[in-house]
Design a protein around this ligand. Structure first.
Ligand code: 9L2
Length: 823
């Protein structure tokens, strides 16, 4: 009977006949799903109705994709990440399903505009910055390439905090993005998994008389999956992002219960649910909080169990091909517990022997490193681990013992080497080095730009590189042109497609066909007209959010990214102060008007970053209120920078600031988004800037500053005070800063910054690069005066951005690491 019912329901659902025209579907959802009793004007309802109607159309391809993957016994990839910075989904889904005209028309029948309706969607801010957004771009590209890749993450109740600026200072507010519900997720309670914490390990003899270990007396909690669809671009593929929510088990603490503490027993639930409550807002800095380790283990354990359960469904307890048919890509060390956890599951739960389990683990784990900053490398205290994850700690010790034994055998007498590569950093409070654990447990270790990978091999990971050179490889990051050009810049998309067709939307290399058009004066004019329209939209947005007027006559100069010392927003501000000094001194001959925008969030506990935010605001206040600067210089700090803000900022930007201290920014990805949209870059030889310059041509890139090796040399005998004293412009900049021009009411406010700049141990050698930066900005200024030249360069930047599509990156992961084919 059940079969018959399934067949009927399945049959009806598999047919497209159930879906009517878009206006009818919108009407149906407004009336029945959302129960709107009269024609409302609230765009929220139209957003919801549109999302539901689009979701209905995703559904069939989603089921078909799952079906296709589960019936073909091909290799699968599982992308494990603590962050997926998706932003909004409606417009993306409409575009990828080719429903643009249908939804627009449908909404028109109700007197609504799609542009207004999409604004009602809250950004899914489940990430900090580049690393989280990269994961989102990767999922988009995997679906575009029809690759069998599933994303696994956490369904945080609160995403990245909302940044408000009060009196020039950052104030954080919670981002309860799920408050109005999330129409893009489907709960799958049937796939709930159980995760253990705390307790202890014990030895026992199994039925076969084998001595085994088990995790006893643990606290249990549940991981409940919520699936989000990841639609491919007009290709009938819909992949899955599975996000776990933590929940308490229904097993009450009976002691408490019987003692009459029913409310206390129920409130235990809260403890479990804490785990998926909030995203940690630290980008590139490690903070060692217990709850964060719980999140990491929770994600890895639930995801691995999910994959194993599916495997056992299909293959029973035969794991001989598991390593060959699965790959886990670890997005940084955040999910590094996957290495010992997969060992535990295979040995304790599935009764494999150590060697067999280890050979499986090391054939299916792959690790991506995203940072060279030593302070960002994760280390977890052995004490904390032994309490929270006792069985995992035992396994890590055993991995380490075997590693040290093997290395000692190959390098007799080299005790220093053993100490250096040990997974355990010894000391009063020993720590586990999560990056080393990841390297040892993986068959592939990759950096995210060529320079970054080279520096990993010669620096941080050099001992491991000597041991296993074959593991190391580079995968330069990329971004999806579907969001970062087609969707966010419809006017440029139109112009490009008119000129060269639409192939570039699924294969960005073909955007190189634009290059000859750089010499076509009429095309340049149309290019400039699109930029102007985008500048107007940008300017309206700035006005709306800050009250400041950006004139479209000015050059739009932008730096948006997390606030961090190494990214050197401070260097940018020093240049603005320099321009201001020149204006005040009347030295404005040939100066092009500029509007400078800086945006980004500071980690709530990162004091210096917050002072930098305050400085940007204070300098902006002075400059914007000085009549002498009125027609030449404006500056704003853009509050609450996020994915949907970048979608407006990026198309209107003319100058992209990529000015980190060389050797510190692993890759950068904002740099690529700007390039695609025709902005020119002023930048150092850092991260992917180097490759951007190679592709764009040195003549189409404004280079300045020390390279990574020169930075290291400079630090040996760095004397910023001598540089300041010897350079009149720099001396003036420091003087106005130190005189308190920008902090009249709060003396000493910026002392931390100025003394840092003057410190011979300044890690970011900002003063060392300042002269070169000012000079490069002067070249930018002069180039901008020649608009024909600028537009030619702009077109060539976009035309040469093909390499920076995440489709290219993912194709390389698929060919060189995952060894997977499209389904
Ligand atoms: O690879 C994606 C990005 C790079 O483009 C940036 O250069 O990853 C960023 C790099 N800074 C990154 N590295 C480390 C982290 N993010 C990070 C994020 C959250 C928590 C801890 C570290």
């Amino acid at each position: 009977m059940a079969d018959a019912a399934d067949a009927t329901i399945g049959g009806a659902l598999m047919s497209d006949d159930v879906l009517k025209s878009m206006p009818e579907e919108l009407h149906r959802h407004l009336l029945y799903t959302l129960s709107c009793d009269k024609l409302t004007e609230d765009p929220t309802y139209y957003y919801q109705a549109s999302a539901l109607a689009v979701r209905d159309r995703i559904s069939q391809a989603w089921r078909a994709t799952k079906q296709a993957v589960s019936t073909s016994d091909t290799k699968r990839v599982h992308y494990l990440s603590l962050e997926f910075l998706l932003g909004r989904s409606l417009n993306n889904a409409i575009q990828n399903l080719d429903l643009d005209a249908a939804v627009k028309d449908g909404l028109h029948k109700f007197g609504m505009h799609l542009e207004e309706v999409v604004e009602a969607e809250h950004d899914a801010g489940l990430g900090n910055g580049g690393l989280g957004r990269l994961a989102a771009c990767f999922l988009d590209s995997c679906a575009n390439l029809k690759l069998p890749v599933t994303g696994y993450g956490i369904r945080y109740e609160y995403g990245m905090f909302h940044q408000k600026i009060e009196s020039g200072r950052q104030v954080e507010a919670p981002d309860h993005w799920l408050r109005d519900g999330n129409l893009w997720e489907i709960e799958r309670p049937e796939d709930t998994r159980k995760v253990h914490l705390y307790g202890h390990t014990e030895r026992y003899y199994d039925q076969d008389g084998q001595l085994r270990s088990r995790w006893a007396n643990a606290q249990n909690l549940l991981a409940v999956p919520y699936d989000m669809p990841i639609p491919g671009y007009k290709n009938n593929t819909v992949n899955t992002l599975r996000l776990w929510k933590a929940a308490a088990t229904d097993e009450f603490d009976l002691n408490e219960f019987n003692a009459g503490s029913y409310p206390e027993a129920v409130s235990e639930k809260n403890n479990a649910e804490q785990i998926s409550m909030v995203l940690y807002p630290n980008d590139s800095s490690e903070n060692g909080k217990q709850l964060r380790l719980k999140q990491q283990y929770f994600l890895t354990s639930a995801s691995l169990q999910d994959v194993l359960a599916d495997w056992v469904d299909r293959h029973g307890e035969d794991f001989s091909k598991f390593g060959e048919l699965n790959c886990f890509q670890l997005n940084d060390t955040h999910p590094a517990c996957a290495v010992p956890e997969l060992m535990r599951l295979l040995i304790d739960e599935h009764k494999l022997e150590w060697d067999e389990a280890w050979s499986i683990v090391t054939s299916c784990m792959a690790y991506t490193n995203h940072t060279l900053l030593p302070e960002a490398l994760e280390r977890w205290s052995v004490g904390l681990f032994s309490q929270m994850l006792p069985r995992l700690l035992e396994i890590i010790f055993e991995i380490n013992e075997r590693l040290l034994k093997a290395v000692a055998a190959a390098n007799p007498g080299d005790n220093e080497l053993l100490k250096r590569i040990s997974l355990i950093e010894e000391g009063d409070h020993p720590h586990i080095r999560m990056a080393y654990l990841s390297i040892v447990g993986s068959f592939s270790v990759n950096g995210v730009a060529q320079l970054h990978t080279d520096l990993l091999k010669e620096g941080l990971f050099s001992d491991f590189y000597k041991l296993w050179p074959e593991k190391f490889n580079n995968k330069t990051n990329g971004v999806t042109q579907r969001r970062w050009l087609s969707h966010c810049n419809p006017k440029l998309k139109g112009l490009i497609s008119d000129a060269i067709g639409t192939t570039w939307e699924s294969d960005l290399e073909s955007i190189s066909d634009l290059a000859p058009l750089a010499e076509d004066a009429e095309f340049r004019q149309r290019w400039a007209a699109v930029k102007l329209a985008n500048k107007q939209r940008f300017s309206d947005y700035v006005k709306e959010n800050t009250g400041v007027e950006f004139s479209t006559n000015a050059m739009f100069d932008v730096q948006v990214k997390r606030i961090h010392e190494y990214k050197r927003q401070l260097l940018n501000v020093l240049h603005v102060i320099h321009l201001y000094n020149r204006i005040v001194a009347g030295d404005t001959q040939g100066m092009v008007p500029r509007c400078v925008l800086i945006g980004g969030k500071a980690a709530p506990g990162y004091h210096l970053a917050k002072v930098i935010v305050k400085l940007v605001n204070n300098v902006a206040e002075v400059v914007n209120n000085d009549d002498r600067a009125k027609d030449l210089l404006k500056m704003v700090f853009f509050p609450n920078y996020r994915v949907s803000a970048m979608e407006i900022i990026c198309p209107g930007t003319e100058l992209s600031e990529q000015i980190s201290t060389a050797g510190k920014e692993a890759s950068g990805t904002g740099n690529m988004k700007f390039m695609m949209n025709g902005a020119l870059t002023i930048g150092t030889l850092d991260g992917a800037n180097i490759e951007i310059r190679e592709k764009a041509g040195a003549e189409n890139f404004f280079l300045f500053g020390l390279d990574a090796h020169e930075v290291a040399e400079t630090k040996k005998a760095y004397n910023p005070n001598e540089i300041i004293a010897g350079d009149e412009d720099i001396r003036r900049i420091m003087e106005v800063l130190e005189q308190g021009t920008f902090n009249r009411d709060e003396p000493g406010l910026f002392e931390v910054l100025t003394s840092g700049l003057r410190n011979s141990h300044d890690q970011w050698v900002t003063i060392a690069d300042l002269r070169s930066y000012i000079d490069a900005q002067a070249v930018v200024n002069d180039t901008y005066r020649d608009q024909e030249k600028w537009n030619r360069m702009s077109i060539l930047n976009a035309a040469n951005s093909g390499w920076f599509s995440s489709d290219r990156t993912i194709q390389q992961y698929a060919d060189e690491i995952w060894k997977v084919k499209p389904v």
